[in-house]
Each structure stands twice: as structure tokens, then as C-alpha cells.
Design a binder for this molecule. Structure first.
Ligand code: ATP
Length: 459
């Protein structure tokens, strides 16, 4: 793809991100003590905060700010007929080739065409097998019998849980078209190529919103959702010149889609999909009607009880992939001459410039000294701020070092308590991005932080 040649200008590399993520407790390899489990990752103390906040940010955007979008949390295990109806049993495949010599397995669309044509392994030069279709769904058995009547799948997308509940939700919540259903949850795919850290994993989380519209209004709503999703990333405060649209060509279109655009992000390894906006037409509900025998038509009571199967516009973003995007986007290395670097020399600080509304920790409390009641005072302020913000407390080492530790964790605000604080009740508020410090009364702190979060603009 032409994409692959686009130069990445940021300071992040996948090695730096992976190593920082581990060092600071964002993301660990799954079952690391056993050598790790391919395609699975664990989210540590800072990672889970970040993930929850991204999810919360999306959820608010979708449900709280849209009067006609409601939430759902469907089960991961669904009736196996669901996946026959959706087309996943038949079509959810990757083309695979194996090397007969070194036994490596490749996705046929990811190795050079020449190798494929000549059937030569790109790793060892051995002979490749013919291309085979490989289904990406994880299949297991439910109940004590391991036979074909007990097959069950781990869902490969959250969308189907929404479709099978669409009638329930219309009835229970009196929804009228157009309306949407939002869901965040785990999905599983037996991915063969899982490199690039948490970019493509076998177990991941999706944030999907399915919008049900009148058949002839699908194109209009598709364009509207493209606009809204673009605006969402602006609000999330990420580098907009690192985002672009990519329209699916005829070869890329999924079996259900009439039109599809991806929002791609410029990761250190190049432009990659972050989110898909798809016009799924009435494919899914038509198929579920056929396979379930239930009438899934919408009855338009405002229009002479017109009946139709709605079209669906889907916005589907990876939550864990967004987390990787945000880590890469926030990552910066900056030359500073702040004392606290070794010998007070100029040095490089690593800083994660998260938007404060997704930063895992909002405020860190740092007493200048442990003694003379400063630690107690800082703890006391922490207790006060805890109700409203996620906080951290650090009294170990030189203050400059402590600032650096918070910069690396992406904490937007540090509050330093010193001897003057004891006398006049003021504290220092230090900003992560500019490293600027201001003094203000302790009593004004919470409100000031709230305002700063609201008015945050990345510099
Ligand atoms: P890709 O082409 O990267 O495999 P896809 O087109 O199959 O993705 P969709 O089925 O449209 O992806 O899923 C929607 C979103 O879910 C993607 O944009 C991505 O953010 C996320 N996603 C899909 N597969 C994975 C995975 N294996 N690991 C992490 N996130 C994923």
C-alpha cells in the first residue's frame, strides 16, 4: 500500500511504548512468568485507569450526549445460529499459507505478491502451501459433551449482540427510528499475525454503536456519522494531522457492507485502521429474520404503520487499539534544563501528554520534605481531592525526579506542599505540559483543576 511509505514524525517507537507501558504499569504481557501468551495482554494499574477513561469518554459521547442512543451489555456467548446468520461461519476468514519447510504461517495478503506467486517462503525460501481459508472465530464447546451439537463461539464482534436485542430495546425503551445502541465489550479473533504490541490481539475490546435508520436515509446518516466520529477525535485532543479517512475498495468491502470508511491513525509503524464507519444496509437484520424466523421489521407508527427492515450505520472502534493510539499520540521526549536531571544539566524528559480527561492519574501530591508535618499536610490535601480526582502521592527522592516520574505517567497536575504551605495555606500547582508553576490557596485547588481540565488545549 502507498500508505506504508508515509513517514512517521513523532518521537514514539513501538519499542519505547512497549517498554514504558511495562515499566509504568500500563500493559503487561499475559502470563509473562510462563513465557507469555501470544495475542493477549494484561492492563496494569495505570492501563486500566486509562482504558476505563477512554471507554467512559466514548460512552458519554455516544449515550449521554445523544438523546436517541441507549446502551447495552450483551453476553459474549451467543446462540451459534447468530454466527451462521451473520455470515461469520462462512465468510469470516483470512487467507493463509504455510511454509512446508520452516512451518511458519502467514496471512497471504501480508506477504509480498511475488512470494505468493512463486510459492516461496519469505522467511526461509522453502515451499509454501496453497492458500487456504482460515476462520478467525474461536470455537469451543458448551456443556459436558464435546460434540458438534455443543459448539459455541467467542464473539468476534460486539455488533451481533446489538442486532439480536434490537426488538427488545425498541419495546422496552420505546425507541423510534432513527436511534442507536451502543456497546463496549470483549471480542475474540484467532489472529495469526499479532505483532505490534496491543495493535492486533486475539482478545480485545470494541466500542461499537449501531444506528438504525430508514432505508432511504442511509447515505445521509452514513455521512453524518463520518462527521461526528471525526469531531470526536478532535474532542479527544489527539493530533488531527495523524488521522485520515480511507475508503474501502471493492476488494476490501466486508460481505455485509455497501460503503465503508476507516479512520486511520499514523502509528510509528505507519497508517493503520483505528475505527470503521460502515453502511451495513439491512443485511444483518434480514439474515436474523431468516435464521430466527422472527419478524424484525420496524413498525413506523408515525407513518401509517409502515413496515420495513432498518438500515444500519455502524461505528466500530477498538478500545484497546485506541489505548495504543493514545499512548503513541501522547508520547513526547523534550529537552529540558530543569534541575533534578543529573547534576542539574540539560536532559531529556519523557512525557505523556494525555488529555486530562483520559489521563490515568489527574493529580499527584508531593510534599517537599517528609518531615515537619509536610507529608501529613500533603496527605490531608490528597484526601480532600480524592472524591473528585484520581490522585497519587509520592514523597520519595528529589522533587525534580518526582516530577519526572509523574510526567512519564502522564499526570497533568502536580501539587507541591512546602514550608510556606504550612504558614499561609498556599500550595504550588505544577503543569505537566509547560512545567509552569503557580501558587494558589489550597481551598481554590479543586476548582482550579476542574477548570483546567475543561479548558485544556494541547500545546
Ligand atoms: P483489521 O483490518 O485491522 O483486521 P477489521 O477491519 O477486521 O480490522 P473491524 O472488524 O472493522 O476490523 O473491527 C472494528 C475495530 O475493532 C477495528 O477498527 C479495530 O480498532 C478493532 N479491532 C479489530 N480487530 C482487532 C484485533 N485483532 N485487535 C485489536 N483491535 C481490533
Amino acid at each position: 500500500m502507498a500508505d506504508e511509505t508515509t513517514e512517521y514524525q513523532g518521537k514514539a517507537t513501538m519499542e519505547k511504548i512497549t517498554s514504558l507501558a511495562k515499566r509504568r504499569g500500563f500493559v503487561f504481557q499475559s502470563s509473562e512468568i510462563y513465557g507469555g501468551q501470544n495475542g493477549a495482554w494484561d492492563y496494569g494499574p495505570l492501563g486500566i485507569e486509562l482504558k476505563n477513561r477512554i471507554a467512559r469518554f466514548w460512552w458519554k459521547e455516544m449515550t449521554q450526549l445523544h438523546d436517541n442512543i441507549v446502551g447495552l451489555d450483551a453476553a459474549i456467548l451467543m446462540h451459534p445460529r447468530t454466527w451462521e446468520a451473520s455470515g461469520h461461519v462462512e465468510n469470516f476468514t483470512d487467507p493463509l499459507v504455510d511454509c512446508k519447510k520452516c512451518k511458519s504461517r502467514f496471512r497471504a495478503d501480508m506477504i509480498p505478491e511475488e512470494n505468493l506467486a512463486k510459492k516461496i517462503c519469505p522467511d526461509c525460501g522453502g515451499e509454501l502451501t496453497d492458500t487456504r481459508k482460515f476462520n478467525l472465530m474461536f470455537k469451543t464447546h458448551i456443556g459436558p459433551m464435546e460434540d458438534s451439537s455443543n459448539i459455541i463461539y467467542l464473539r468476534p464482534e460486539t455488533a451481533q449482540g446489538i442486532y439480536v436485542n434490537y426488538k427488545n430495546i425498541i419495546q422496552s425503551n420505546r425507541m423510534k427510528i432513527p436511534f442507536g445502541i451502543a456497546q463496549i465489550g470483549k471480542a475474540f479473533r484467532n489472529e495469526i499475525v499479532t505483532k505490534n504490541f496491543i495493535f492486533r490481539t486475539c482478545e480485545f475490546e470494541q466500542m461499537e454503536m449501531q444506528y438504525f435508520v430508514k432505508p432511504e436515509s442511509d447515505v445521509e446518516w452514513f455521512n453524518e456519522w463520518k462527521k461526528r466520529r471525526w469531531a470526536y477525535y478532535e474532542k479527544l485532543g489527539v493530533k488531527m494531522d495523524h488521522l485520515r479517512w480511507h475508503q474501502h475498495g471493492p476488494d476490501e468491502l466486508a460481505h455485509y457492507a455497501k460503503d465503508a470508511y476507516d479512520i486511520q491513525y499514523l502509528f510509528p509503524m505507519g497508517w493503520r485502521e483505528l475505527e470503521g464507519v460502515h453502511n451495513r444496509t439491512n443485511y444483518d437484520l434480514t439474515r436474523h429474520t431468516e435464521y430466527s424466523g422472527k419478524d424484525l421489521q420496524y413498525i413506523d407508527q408515525d407513518n401509517n404503520n409502515d413496515r420495513y427492515i432498518p438500515y444500519i450505520i455502524e461505528t466500530s472502534a477498538g478500545l484497546t487499539r485506541t489505548l495504543l493510539m493514545i499512548l503513541c499520540d501522547a508520547y513526547d521526549e523534550e529537552k529540558v534544563s530543569e534541575k533534578g536531571g543529573d547534576g542539574g544539566q540539560e536532559d531529556i524528559r519523557t512525557v505523556l501528554r494525555f488529555h486530562p480527561s483520559v489521563a490515568p492519574l489527574t493529580v499527584a501530591l508531593l510534599p517537599l520534605m517528609k518531615k515537619d508535618g509536610l507529608a501529613e499536610l500533603a496527605q490531608d490535601i490528597r484526601t480532600e481531592l480524592k472524591e473528585d480526582f484520581t490522585t497519587d502521592y509520592d514523597q520519595a527522592g528529589a522533587i525534580g525526579r518526582r516530577y519526572r516520574r509523574q510526567d512519564e505517567a502522564g499526570t497533568p497536575f502536580c501539587v507541591t506542599v512546602d514550608y510556606q504551605s504550612k504558614e499561609d495555606g498556599t500550595v504550588t500547582l505544577r503543569y505537566r505540559d509547560s512545567m509552569e508553576q503557580i501558587r494558589l490557596p489550597r481551598a481554590a485547588l479543586a476548582e482550579k483543576i476542574r477548570q483546567e481540565i475543561k479548558n485544556y488545549k494541547r500545546t
